[in-house]
Structure formats: structure tokens, C-alpha cells
Design a protein around this ligand. Structure first.
Ligand code: BES
Ligand code: MN
Ligand code: ZN
Length: 501
């Protein structure tokens, strides 16, 4: 989808569709009022008839509004005529995109950026508009036959913005679009089934991304290299699979000054059967999305490159399948991680932390400014926070606060859980340095406690996205989260480094 900025008086220029806001109690937005005047009171007549109440997200499509030069007018309800919540604004954008596309509108002139959103400026509104509209029209029908695919019909949206703010709005639209494209990449990868999205496929996708920008450098380590590095925990998970594991290191150099990099570590389990501690059959298909952390790292790096952010960012992706096999790791097996710590694998289904711990140790070599790992790590996180908030834990207050703020800005929020020392006891092993599971209580926290043992040498945060990366039920599929959160976090860091011109 293409987004642009222009100055337009609604209804005066030819347009396939003009989009304007109406509020409750028959109140018109400034653009709607202009259109009403031009049409000699037509909009007010419609509102009086009560076809649209102006409730948030309601829409009404009108054709051939008299005395105007547009083919259609879309009225969009924006609630009470005062600052709306960011969430409501996103709902408005979703409904707008859906309605336009459903009616086959290919190009629209949108006057929705003039509505007030509590504590948010025009740039925010423009960034959200591009992100939300693209994300709303996402579909995954690559694997259906051609006749059953539904191509997106809405191609282009022009936003009316005052001349003096056009530059800022254009930049914000570019950011929103880059975020949306990153989300699309992440969603495509997570929706792709395990037979197609293998560790090798992930590596190929990372290579494809690396080839698109000279600022990238990529390395893909094979099993031998992992052995030599001593990644015994990762290799213990990979053993049960016929698919070879891959360890992807994708470096983006946007700061030639050589600033310490932000390292993003993404869990890349391309299918999680649980291994010998096998999962129940119900909904096991959904475990193809157990590489959503990896997908969000690639999506974020794609956006970072498109926006040419002046930062150094490294994506680290440990990837393999978790399957049962005669050669698979068994409960009770003890392995040595790259850090030297030995791990008693009491449950082979707690495999995420096993591949992550070696990736986290590997990440020390970048002397990172901060490391953020992103993982569909625990079912307990889905129970605790549901699909709305990602779990957030870590060892650095500043980093955690920055992620919280980026969550507020992007509307892709994390919620903090405590990483108390008390919980470490649950990971005691009678036979090794540490056990890979901590019992039923506080599953998300003990998982993070496990990772904390491998992240003592740098500022670190952990995002548990088990609930947020995927929707079950009728809208089953990947969400693209937390790409918006991560890109916003990096945009904020870039702005800090180089205060706005
Ligand atoms: N990938 C799962 C976590 C998961 C579960 C994500 C459900 C999304 C939905 C992870 O590898 C796992 O199996 N975790 C176990 C840990 C347990 C054995 C300590 C879990 O949450 O049950
Ligand atoms: Mn598992
Ligand atoms: Zn898993």
C-alpha cells in the first residue's frame, strides 16, 4: 500500500473516495463540515436521518454526494467530539481500511488525521495510520489456489495534512509503512507451516534480507560450528530432528562511528512438539509459530534497514525443531551450555530457554549496549497476560523503562513481571548446576530466571510473546507483534543519539 500527503479541500477535486470523520450527536469534523457546505447540507440531512450515530468505528458509504466531485464519501464515526483514545483511533483506522477495501475502493483521500487523539501529535497519528491500515489488510493466502485468493484492492491513501506539517507527516508515514512491512515479514514467516519454514528456510530468508542492504553482514553457523562453540544446550534440542539446526547472525551497521550494538535474540523453534515430553495433540499445529521471536527480529531489522536508522543492531537467531526421536534428548539428560554451566533437562518441552541460553552467551562477543530476547517462551504467560500484553522481565531498569515507553507509543505494550531472586530456588537441580524447569508456579518468571543466569554481563530484557504473537480461534494467525514495539524502541534510541534536526 502507498501513502502520501496532499492538501485538499474535500469534494472540490475529483476523487474515487473522500474519507471524513463524524462525531456523536451529529457533530461534523472540520473536513466533514466543508463537505457538508459544498453539498448544501447533504451530510447533515443524512446524519439527521440517523443512518450513522458517530460511534467510534461506525462507517457509512455514500455515493454521488451532490455538488461534489468525488465518487464516494466515507463517513467514519469518531465518537464524542473531544480527544479520542489511541486505541479508539486505531479502531477507526481499521474500520476505514476494511470498509474501503471491501467496497473495492482503490484510492482514497483521507481526512482522519485532523481528529484529536489524547496526548498524541500528528506524527503519531500518521505513523499509526500507515501501520494499522496495512496491517489490517494483511492476509496469508499464499498457499491457497489462485481462485481462492483475495487480493487487496485498496492501493493508495492520500492524507490531507496542513502544508507546514507535510514534511513531518511524510516521514511518519514512511516509518509506519516500514513497521507494517516488518510486521508482514514476521507474520508471513510465522504463518508458514513447519514443513516449509524450517531452520534452513529461516536462514535463507535472513540471507535474502541481508542482500537487500549493504549495511548488513550475515553469518549462518551450521551444526559443526555450534559444536565447536560448545553450544551443548542448543544442540540438545536439535538432536531429535532430521532438519539441521541453524544459528543466524545478522548484523546491521548503521552507525559507522562504531557505537555498541543493540542485540536482538529471537527464539527460532520452527516446530515445537515438546520432544520426548510430548505435547497433547489439540492445537499442536499452532506450535509452528514457535519461531515468532525469530520472525520479529527479522521483521524489525527489515524496518531498521528501510529507515536507515543510524544505529548498530545485531539479530541473533538460534533455530531448530523440537521433535521426539530415538536420538532425541530425554528427561534427565544433562548437557553443558556454552557458558559452561551444566543443565539438567527435566522437561524437553522447555526447549526455548535451552536454545536461547547459548545464543545469549554468544551475544557477549558484541559487547552490546543492550540485549533483548524475544520468545514464545511459556504457556504460563498466556495464562497471566492473555493476548494483550507481552511479558517483560530483565536486569536493567533503564532498558525496561525504555521498552515500557516504546510500548506506550506504539500501542504494542509489554507488562512487567518481577525477576526476584526468590524464584531462582525453583531451578535447583540435584545433579547439575541448574534445572531447565521450575515447577508449576510462576512459569514465566522461572523461565526468565533461567535466562538471567546467562545474561549477567550486559543490560538485558526478555519479552515473552507467547500470548501476543499469535491469535487463536476464528482469526487464527500471526500478529506481527512485537515488531512495532521493537522498531519504536530503536527509533527512540536513534532520536536520542541524534536530536531532531
Ligand atoms: N513454545 C512453548 C510455549 C508456548 C506454549 C507458547 C503455548 C505458546 C503457547 C514452550 O516451548 C513450552 O512448551 N513451554 C512449556 C514450559 C514448561 C514445560 C515449563 C510450557 O509453557 O508449558
Ligand atoms: Mn516447548
Ligand atoms: Zn517452544
Amino acid at each position: 500500500m502507498e501513502y502520501s500527503v496532499k492538501q485538499a479541500i474535500p469534494g472540490k477535486q475529483p476523487s474515487p473516495c473522500v474519507v471524513v470523520a463524524v462525531h456523536e450527536r451529529q457533530q461534523l469534523s472540520p473536513a466533514a463540515a466543508q463537505l457538508d457546505k459544498l453539498s448544501r447540507g447533504y451530510l447533515r440531512t443524512i446524519l439527521k436521518r440517523g443512518d450513522i450515530k458517530g460511534k467510534c468505528g461506525q462507517t457509512l458509504l455514500l455515493h454521488d454526494v451532490p455538488w461534489t466531485r468525488c465518487e464516494r464519501v466515507l463517513l467514519v464515526g469518531c465518537g464524542k467530539n473531544r480527544g479520542m483514545s489511541p486505541r479508539d483511533f486505531r479502531k477507526v483506522l481499521q474500520q476505514t481500511a476494511r470498509t474501503l477495501d471491501r467496497h473495492g475502493v482503490r484510492e482514497a483521500d483521507c481526512h482522519l488525521l485532523e481528529v484529536d487523539v489524547e496526548d498524541r501529535n500528528l506524527e503519531w497519528k500518521a505513523r499509526q495510520a500507515a501501520e494499522v491500515m496495512t496491517a489490517t489488510l494483511y492476509r496469508f493466502d499464499l498457499l491457497k489456489r489462485k481462485e481462492d485468493r483475495q487480493p487487496v484492492r485498496l492501493r493508495r491513501v492520500h492524507f490531507d495534512v496542513p502544508e507546514e506539517q507535510a514534511r513531518a507527516a511524510r516521514k511518519a508515514l514512511r516509518q509506519g509503512k516500514a513497521i507494517a512491512q516488518g510486521m508482514t515479514l514476521a507474520r508471513d514467516l510465522a504463518n508458514l507451516p513447519g514443513n516449509l519454514c524450517t531452520p534452513t528456510h529461516l536462514a535463507d530468508e535472513a540471507r535474502r534480507l541481508a542482500n537487500s542492504d549493504r549495511r548488513f553482514r550475515i553469518q549462518v553457523l551450521d551444526e559443526k560450528r555450534m559444536q565447536r562453540l560448545g553450544m551443548g544446550a542448543l544442540l540438545a534440542v536439535a538432536r531429535g530432528s532430521r532438519q539441521p539446526p541453524r544459528f543466524i547472525v545478522l548484523e546491521y551497521r548503521g552507525d559507522p562511528g562504531g557505537g555498541a550494538p543493540y542485540v536482538l535474540v529471537g527464539k527460532g523453534i520452527t516446530f515445537d512438539s515438546g520432544g520426548i515430553s510430548i505435547k497433547p495433540a489439540a492445537a499442536m499445529d499452532e506450535m509452528k509459530y514457535d519461531m515468532s521471536g525469530a520472525a520479529s527480529v527479522l521483521g524489525t531489522l527489515a524496518a531498521v534497514s528501510r529507515l536507515a536508522l543510524p544505529l548498530n543492531v545485531v539479530g541473533v537467531i538460534p533455530s531448530c525443531e523440537n521433535l521426539p526421536d530415538g536420538n532425541a534428548t530425554k528427561p534427565g539428560d544433562i548437557v553443558t551450555s556454552m557458558s559452561g554451566q551444566t543443565i539438567e533437562i527435566l522437561n524437553t518441552d522447555a526447549e526455548g530457554r535451552l536454545i536461547l541460553c547459548d545464543a545469549l552467551t554468544y551475544s557477549e562477543r558484541f559487547k552490546p549496549r543492550a540485549v533483548i530476547d524475544i520468545a514464545t517462551l511459556t504457556g504460563a504467560c498466556v495464562i497471566a497476560l492473555g493476548k494483550h500484553y507481552s511479558g517483560l522481565l530483565g536486569n536493567d531498569e533503564t532498558l525496561l523503562k525504555q521498552l515500557g515507553e516504546a510500548g506506550e507509543t506504539s500501542c504494542d505494550r509489554p507488562w512487567r513481571l518481577p525477576l526476584g531472586e526468590e524464584y531462582q530456588e525453583q531451578l535447583k537441580s540435584n545433579f547439575a548446576d541448574i534445572a531447565n524447569v521450575g515447577g508449576r508456579e510462576a512459569g514465566t518468571i522461572t523461565a526468565a530466571c533461567f535466562l538471567a543466569r546467562f545474561t549477567e554481563n550486559y543490560p538485558w530484557a526478555h519479552l515473552d510473546i507467547a500470548g501476543t504473537a499469535w491469535l487463536s480461534g476464528p482469526h487464527k494467525g500471526a500478529t506481527g507483534r512485537p515488531v512495532p514495539l521493537l522498531v519504536q524502541f530503536l527509533l527512540d534510541r536513534a532520536a536520542e543519539a541524534a536530536p531532531q534536526s
